[in-house]
Write a protein that binds this ligand. Structure first.
Ligand code: GRG
Length: 320
């Protein structure tokens, strides 16, 4: 059973209730609550040191886009991968929030009429619907720039070298050769009719790069060895692929109401997906195989990596 305050916010419906992952789901929910609390404080009306003022309408739009639910999966992965290397949650929180800010910005911009043109996100009106297009663009810009302020600030990590690596890696994951580039390929997909290899690359960029960063960031924060860092990066890549396959499956089998966003759009727009190429059953099997490969990558960490392994399984069993 979910705590009453989470049920009231409708968070309960995000999760399957088929038993095997109850502990994990409670951990994810509790973490999501702490992350949302920290985002709420970050997006307070009061200007932070060095800021001139925080325009009220922009703040309201940024809060709408960042505090409207969400599984908080990416920041959870930052916190848990950092914990694997002995980093306390408080010391990983700035990087976790930075990543969630980038994710929320991407969703706000993705929903714009010039992109996916969606009215519904996380069960609520999208930011441009609740406000207007110009405000939604600025809200995304505000979240993106705030992310890099967070990573560059001393509160993120005492070692400036670590902060700099996080900045560079997140910029690469979010930018031209990562999410933004993937979004470009996605916009062209209806005309380009990409084959399986091209779809995989598009997805690795658009969705996978931020999930890969989430896992690698923990290793960077924990000054892990190059080999452990590569392992976390590879784990992130695998779960990124599994996440996208699961998303494509949900896009076919789920509903707008269950997902809190419009489903079935890729097919309607003639964009090829792996589900269209492989079929539902094979797509599911491939997602399961990716989870097993991801879990195997972490075998050297023993049961200290159990939460991350459960997260990999959650990614393909989630209902939203
Ligand atoms: C506009 C630069 C730019 C990029 C947009 C993220 C993205 C790229 C597009 C979103 C479209 C989409 C639905 C992609 C599928 C994978 C994905 C990112 C789903 C949403 O992530 P969740 O399920 O969302 O973690 P919550 O709401 O739980 O945070």
């Amino acid at each position: 059973m979910f705590p009453a305050f989470l049920q009231m916010r409708g968070v309960e419906r995000m999760f399957a209730t088929d038993g095997f992952m109850d502990d994990f789901q409670n951990r994810l929910l509790a973490s999501a609550d702490r992350i949302s609390g920290a985002l709420d404080a970050l997006l307070a009306q009061q200007p932070r040191e060095g800021e001139i003022s925080r325009p009220e309408r922009l703040m309201a739009a940024m809060r709408h886009g960042a505090l409207n639910g969400g599984k908080r999966l990416r920041p959870f992965l930052v916190l848990e991968s950092a914990a694997l290397f002995g980093v306390e949650e408080a010391d990983a929180m700035a990087a976790a929030l930075a990543l969630e800010c980038v994710h929320c910005y991407s969703l706000i911009h993705d929903d714009l009429p010039a992109m996916d043109d969606d009215d519904l996100r996380r069960g609520q009106p999208t930011v441009h619907k609740a406000f207007d297009e110009a405000t939604a663009i600025l809200a995304g810009d505000g979240l993106l720039t705030l992310a890099f302020e967070l990573l560059g600030s001393a509160a993120c990590h005492r070692d400036a070298g670590v902060r700099s690596e996080l900045v560079v890696e997140l910029a690469k994951a979010a930018g031209l050769g990562g999410m933004v580039g993937g979004q470009m390929l996605d916009l062209q997909a209806a005309e380009d009719a990409p084959d399986e290899a091209a779809i995989r690359m598009l997805q690795a960029m658009k969705t996978g790069a931020l999930l890969r960063f989430a896992c690698e960031a923990g290793a960077i924060l924990g000054s892990a060895s190059p080999s452990d860092r590569a392992t976390l990066r590879a784990f992130g890549e695998k779960i990124g692929q599994a996440f996208q396959l699961a998303d494509d499956v949900l896009d076919v089998v789920s509903s707008d109401e269950a997902m809190g966003k419009r489903v079935g759009k890729d097919e309607a727009m003639g964009k090829g997906t792996l589900v269209a190429i492989l079929g539902l059953e094979q797509a599911r099997q491939r997602a399961d195989a990716l989870v097993e490969e991801a879990e195997a990558l972490l075998s050297g960490f023993g049961d200290r990596a159990d939460v991350l392994k459960s997260c990999a399984r959650y990614i393909v069993s989630r209902q939203q």
